[in-house]
Design a protein around this ligand. Sequence first.
Ligand code: FAD
Length: 359
Amino acid sequence: MNRDKSIRIGVAGAGLLGRLLAWQLARAGHGVEVFDPALDEKPSFDGRQAAGFTAAGMLSPLAELDTSSPEVATLGWRSIALWRDVVSRLQSPPRFSTDGSLLLAHRSDLGSAQRVLARLAGAPADTPRAEPITLARLAELEPALQGAAHAWLLPQEGQIDPVAALLALHAEAPAVRWHWNQPVRGVEPGALVLDDGSRQRFDLVFDVRGTGSRPDLPVRGVRGETVWLHAPGHGLARPVRLLHPRHRVYLVPRPGDVVLVGASEIESEDRSPVSLRSAVELMAAAHSVMPALAEARIQRLDVNLRPALPDNEPHIESVAGRVRINGLFRHGWLIAPALVEDALRECGLAPQARELIHE
Ligand SMILES: Cc1cc2nc3c(=O)[nH]c(=O)nc-3n(C[C@H](O)[C@H](O)[C@H](O)COP(=O)(O)OP(=O)(O)OC[C@H]3O[C@@H](n4cnc5c(N)ncnc54)[C@H](O)[C@@H]3O)c2cc1C
């Protein structure tokens, strides 16, 4: 494809990938139209919105090695650098930081924590490693955390505020035509087929419908539940994970005195509200390492489905006139910018994307 030529691009899906693509491609001068079943660009927190809105926004290439491949870690480290550039281009930037994250374990859970740390030791060469820290150092870094017996710092891991980022990518791409309440039934090379059967023709189309890409892709949804706690003056600065034999619980500071606690991981496409069991277990685990949360107020319970392919790995499928990106699973925020960069390179548009990011 001629990189100097502006082309017409259709995007099916206005979630994380859809907005990142639209924002980048519109800045590069292409004519971009995005279609999504949502009623508007805002989060609805009803379990049916883009998974991107529900996510904690942890950018954890090292911690994700517990359950994912070194390739995901490599995409993650690349993406953190790319997010820094994207955020610096936004006039209303979301909260973004790379001050590291923490892993904690209670005394009785040291064995399971060591098994997790052994998996983290498979990190790609020349990338940061988990560093054990003393409880005195933990108290210096995060005075609000008390009760854990063991702690590790994961240097340079980061976080981004997903809701603010998705809203900014939409608001700051005014040249894009956003078609809300418009589900796409089929994505053909060079055309999007809408629910009424009409075909919208483009030079290039992207299928980034997440779990909505079925049956074209063998994607499944993996249920995840989160709790938003309002805790004025909580003081937490970094994402924290609690290593536990039964729960993978994390606490993430958010603007507005909020601590987000997540997340269950259930092999189910149930989008119904958060269960009592998940809410109790998540909050009890969070309270066990951050006692000040006892007086927090429960602001929101949220649920969504992570889009996963059978091997739980991300995939880009590119043919003339169509690109599909899917399988971002539990680390979409971690890897989306690098996947977008790779996808644009495959269809000959990468130089423009590079230029706009590194202009
Ligand atoms: C509880 C939870 C916590 C998470 N925490 C993290 C985290 O800390 N860090 C991290 O990196 N990742 C996290 N994730 C994962 C991340 O949110 C996902 O990987 C990411 O959102 C996937 O991006 P996507 O664009 O593929 O899909 P989505 O963000 O789900 O977007 C898909 C879009 O497609 C639209 N769509 C659906 N059907 C159609 C159709 N027929 N036509 C047109 N559009 C359609 C949807 O409305 C939606 O807007 C978490 C996810 C969950 C659920």
